[in-house]
Design a protein around this ligand. Structure first.
Ligand code: GUN
Length: 312
């Protein structure tokens, strides 16, 4: 078997151009340009690249984007002040604090200080709680992108065994929760494996869908998989050979039915979902509600989505 390669780059471009049309119509109606503020602390080169991509994508889709750059040794209190200013700024609709933060800063404290209605990453405890309860307000961008990609290629999750490698706040935990929800994009049986899971292959061989989000180059090989598995590679590892995923692409391509490439798989969708969340945040702040749209999570009854047929 040779896997079909899931083209995240192409799908993301389609979604961004659809979004650009919606944003243009909404902006001219409300005379407001949805605005994202990205906060970048320190000099991490990869973070700088990601934030640059997010900003360019915003502008191309007709959203405004601001960058707040702070030096590596910024005290936590100063970062919290910056976030408070952005929370209070009515021209800013979405706030993204790029992770990881420098070690002297307590990430959880910082994430708790972002106004939950501007939390386009979906990392604030209120938004995590809403997602776990099945009523997400903002779906974290990478899990949303993965579900959107599966949906686009008509790969069902219902009743299937999905094995998620990695338990991060950014990918593993929210994705596992979304896959467990009732309804579209969910209804899966989910196993989450992590660095303390012994005999990983015992679990990965059971996967009908495998999501690798661990940050270890090429760690998933064909011998760990059953034929016909769908493989989603979330890893972005910088090696001497260039950017590589967590999956050994060449060998896995021979056993999987579908496989995402790195680059050009999940990454571009993560950015598209961030734009979507920023548009949702602008709607929420200007109109007091989020209009249901074409992306996963939108059908769920978030508290402000009063027009949703699911709202009680
Ligand atoms: N670092 C890696 N992925 C992400 C993400 O989705 N959001 C933020 N804020 N930081 C990240």
């Amino acid at each position: 078997m040779t896997a079909t390669v899931l083209d995240g780059k192409k799908l993301a471009a389609q979604l961004r151009s659809q979004l650009a049309e919606q944003v243009a119509a909404w902006s001219s109606q409300h005379r407001v340009v949805p605005t994202l503020a990205a906060v970048l602390v320190g000099e991490d080169p990869a973070s700088r690249v990601y934030v640059g991509k997010k900003q360019r994508a915003c502008r191309k889709a007709g959203l405004e984007s601001r960058l707040v750059e702070l030096p590596q040794h910024t005290p936590q209190e100063r970062l919290l002040e910056v976030i408070a200013e952005l929370n209070a700024d009515r021209a800013v609709h979405g706030i993204l604090v790029q992770l990881p933060l420098p070690e002297h800063i307590d990430t959880q404290v910082v994430l708790r200080h972002v106004d939950p209605q501007k939390d386009v990453d979906g990392f604030h405890p209120e938004n995590v709680g809403l997602l776990v309860q099945g009523t997400p307000r903002f779906v974290p961008c990478t899990p949303a992108g993965i579900l959107r990609l599966l949906h686009h290629y008509k790969i069902p999750t219902a009743g299937r065994h999905v094995v998620v490698l990695g338990r991060s706040q950014i990918v593993g935990k929210p994705l596992a929760n979304l896959l467990l929800q009732r309804g579209a994009g969910g209804d899966a049986t989910v196993t989450v494996c992590h660095s303390r899971t012994p005999d990983l292959a015992r679990f990965t061989r059971q996967a009908e869908i495998l999501v690798a989000a661990v940050g270890r180059p090429g760690m998933v090989g064909a011998e760990m998989l059953r034929p016909g598995v769908v493989v989603v590679d979330v890893g972005i590892n910088r090696t001497e050979q260039g950017l590589v995923g967590d999956v050994d692409f060449a060998s896995v391509k021979q056993v999987a039915s579908y496989l995402t490439p790195v680059p050009g798989g999940v990454g571009p969708l993560t950015v598209a979902m961030l734009l979507w969340n920023t548009f949702q945040a602008a709607q929420l702040q200007v109109e007091g509600k989020i209009t249901a749209g074409p992306l996963p999570g939108e059908d769920a009854p978030c508290p402000e989505n009063a027009d949703s047929p699911w709202a009680s």
